[in-house]
Design a protein around this ligand. Structure first.
Ligand code: PLP
Length: 421
């Protein structure tokens, strides 16, 4: 993947010169042995590793600046507030949102979607109203809508996918009707790797006057997101899938929508005034941030987005595409392997099964070879049902993966064959 063309100044070389060796040195966790072998980490879709600048930013805050935010006049509280709100501005820039009023810090994608379901959906939806999702959603973009349906009498409709794991866009359009109140889709399927045509879905949503929520948990790490250019109403993602810490994530919401929503949780920070006669709410985005937030998490997330920007979002995406192409060829050549998810447009995820071998056994054996992959239903049980498998093995790629990692995976899969073949 690092093939150097003769002319080192050519734009082609500039694109090809993603220095994965240098990137790997930023991730101290990768420099270790597991089961006596150098670690190969191919589970970034579940949680990516954190580079030193993220660890350093968090350690610096904890060591020098920690205090509660927003409420203090003392210097440490001011520094903590500056760092926390500075992180919000970094997220705004990263998504190209119009204002930091549109950036709500939450625990992660799951919490962001639940927030929309409860604060946007619950007061609005009536019996028979419809929420339209797709067959390839993570449980985080299914269950909150089922809960909401149970609370309001609304109905969850599901747009089908085909045998390659691609969304049937015509079917999705046919499912949009006068009762559709929200369309909620993944940006990228965590189980299949399919990249959904968000621009086209957004255009459909706009044409029908229906808001669009995008679950961006697997989108943000693998490509540039411009919520304004795409015309997205809500966008949710998690810090820990984009080189940041766990316990922090983002709900982007178009200001007009957020302004019209009641708070989700009550408590400190989300109020302007409180009396026993009643309370009034803080401005956006704090109206949705009850209680002391995850300050260090937000700072880590800001540093992670800066890190990704420095590497170059497009350069990372191109690197991952090369890894995916290589892995697709090499893994599908292993006897007995069947790929699950062969969409034309995929991102950084390779799901597969092996004849006569349960995915958990694949995962256990390759782990003994030092290769970390994920096995199971990937919180996408309907996808497993659609493909008639109980589970898959899944290798997923990030900026720090090297073509050697794929060689190691393939060698480990041959070991699996030796044991079960
Ligand atoms: N949506 C997708 C597509 C995911 O891959 C995940 C996590 O795997 C989630 C939502 C949930 O993210 P979190 O557990 O960080 O809330």
């Amino acid at each position: 993947m690092n093939a150097a063309p003769a002319n080192r100044d050519s734009p082609i070389h500039a694109r090809a010169a993603f220095d994965v060796e240098r990137v790997r040195r930023d991730f101290p966790v990768l420099d270790q042995q597991v089961h006596g072998r150098p670690l190969v980490y191919l589970d970034s879709a579940a949680s990516s590793q954190r580079p030193r600048p993220v660890l350093d930013a968090m350690a610096h805050y904890e060591t020098h600046d920690h205090a509660n935010v927003h409420r203090g006049v003392h210097l440490l509280s001011q520094r903590a507030t500056e760092a926390f709100e500075g992180a919000r501005e970094r997220v705004r820039r990263f998504l190209n949102a119009a204002s930091t009023r549109e950036i709500v810090f939450v625990r992660g994608t799951t919490e962001a979607i639940n927030l929309v379901a409860q604060a946007w959906g619950r007061p609005r939806l009536a019996p028979g109203d419809e929420i339209l999702i797709t067959w390839l959603e993570h449980h985080a973009n299914i269950v909150p809508w089922q809960l909401l349906a149970g609370q309001t009498g609304a109905v969850v409709k599901v747009a089908p996918i085909d045998d390659r794991g691609e969304l049937d866009l015509d079917a999705l359009e046919r499912l949009i009707g006068p009762k559709t109140r929200l369309i909620a889709v993944a940006h990228v399927s965590n189980a299949l790797g399919t990249v959904l045509p968000i621009g086209r879905i957004a255009a459909l949503a706009r044409a029908h006057g229906v808001p669009l929520l995008v679950d961006g948990a697997q989108g943000v790490p693998h490509g540039r997101i411009d919520v304004r250019a795409l015309g997205i109403d809500f966008y949710a993602f998690s810090g820990h899938k984009v080189y940041g810490p766990t316990g922090i994530g983002v709900l982007y919401g178009r200001e007009a929508l957020l302004a019209d929503m009641p708070p989700w949780q009550g408590g400190g920070d989300m109020i302007r005034t409180v009396s026993f006669a009643g309370s009034t709410w803080n401005e956006l985005p704090w109206k949705f941030e009850a209680g002391t937030p995850n300050i260090v998490g937000a700072i880590g997330l800001g540093a992670a987005l800066d890190y990704l920007e420095r590497l170059g979002v497009e350069a990372v995406a191109a690197h991952e595409q090369q890894l995916l192409a290589l892995a697709t060829r090499a893994v599908s050549a292993v006897p007995g392997v069947r790929l699950i998810g062969t969409a034309a447009h995929k991102a950084a995820v390779l799901s597969f099964v092996m004849e006569g071998t349960h995915p958990h056994d694949i995962g256990t054996i390759v782990d003994m070879e030092g290769v970390a992959i994920r096995t199971g239903h990937h919180c996408a049980m309907p996808v497993m049902e659609r493909f008639g498998v109980p589970a898959t093995a899944r290798a997923s790629f990030a900026c720090y993966n090297h073509p050697h990692d794929i060689e190691r995976l393939v060698a480990a899969l041959h070991k699996v064959r030796e044991v079960f073949g």
